[in-house]
Design a protein around this ligand. Structure first.
Ligand SMILES: C[S@@+](CC[C@H](N)C(=O)[O-])C[C@H]1O[C@@H](n2cnc3c(N)ncnc32)[C@H](O)[C@@H]1O
Length: 237
């Protein structure tokens, strides 16, 4: 006769979902942290002041990371942002490439899918506010604003090869996988990929699934996970 804990252990060890859960938890825990230096990025304060006027979820630390990465994109490459909402991250990224030949392709259907009002069934249309925010921040000419879902936009993409891909669309496993699959062949060999809200289970489970196809991991902030070659100003802790 087996005791209760033996029965519980047997059930756990026969259930593959239990092992997946254990693997996922240790993956999250083992994630290396990074810190981002503001040194040499004296223009960032101005970019952040403009971005901070735009409604959204991006905090200053995330903004600095995006700014530092965007500044290091080569002029023969472009940047793609999946998920712009009202343009908070768009303003940071576009400000960083203001004096270069790179373009920021900012992709969003502007229906707010996955955002709190949308989840409550309230219709969302961020398009005109997004465009106004770019003009107010003085970055409209650096942004190719694409009102479409990421997978459709990828099919029609005719920009340069991508030096920085920022994935901040729908935070669901299938959506993150589709974002990656849609854009992976457009990436430059030295490109950097940033996943927003990576710690959310649906997002991290998608990243775990594709991690062996990604470039080396640089590390994480609380809300961003970065893959690609080493970049100056970003230090592993
Ligand atoms: C978290 S918000 C983006 C926040 C923005 N990066 C910022 O800094 O404020 C997520 C956005 O993803 C967009 N989205 C949802 N599904 C998408 C898809 N398939 N392709 C592109 N964008 C999508 C939503 O419309 C929403 O505006």
């Amino acid at each position: 006769m087996r005791n209760l804990s033996q029965l519980v252990a047997m059930k756990m060890f026969r259930d593959p979902a239990y092992f997946e859960e254990l693997h996922w938890r240790s993956w999250i825990k083992s994630m290396p942290k990074i810190s981002v230096s503001e040194q040499g990025n004296s223009e960032f304060a101005r970019a952040w002041a403009a971005a901070d006027k735009v409604e959204g979820w991006l905090d200053r630390e995330q903004g600095l990371l995006l700014y530092v990465l965007a500044r290091q994109v080569s002029p023969d490459q472009d940047i793609v942002e999946i998920g712009s909402y009202k343009g908070r991250s768009t303003v940071v990224l576009a400000s960083a490439i203001k004096n270069t030949n790179s373009v920021l392709h900012a992709i969003d259907p502007h229906t707010g899918d996955g955002t709190p009002p949308h989840r409550l069934g309230i219709p969302v249309d961020t398009w005109s506010e997004f465009k106004t925010n770019l003009v107010n921040a003085g970055v409209a000419e650096k942004v190719d604003a694409v009102r479409d879902r990421s997978e459709n936009a990828a099919r029609h993409y005719n920009g340069k090869s991508i030096g920085l891909l920022f994935i901040d669309g729908l935070h669901e496993t299938e959506a993150v996988l589709i974002d990656w699959i849609s854009w992976k062949d457009r990436l430059a060999p030295d490109s950097v990929i940033v996943f927003d809200d990576w710690w959310r289970p649906p997002v991290s489970k998608a990243i775990m699934t594709i991690e062996s196809y990604l470039p080396p991991r640089i590390g994480s902030l609380d809300k961003e996970l970065v893959y690609g070659p080493a970049r100056s100003g970003i230090r592993s802790e």
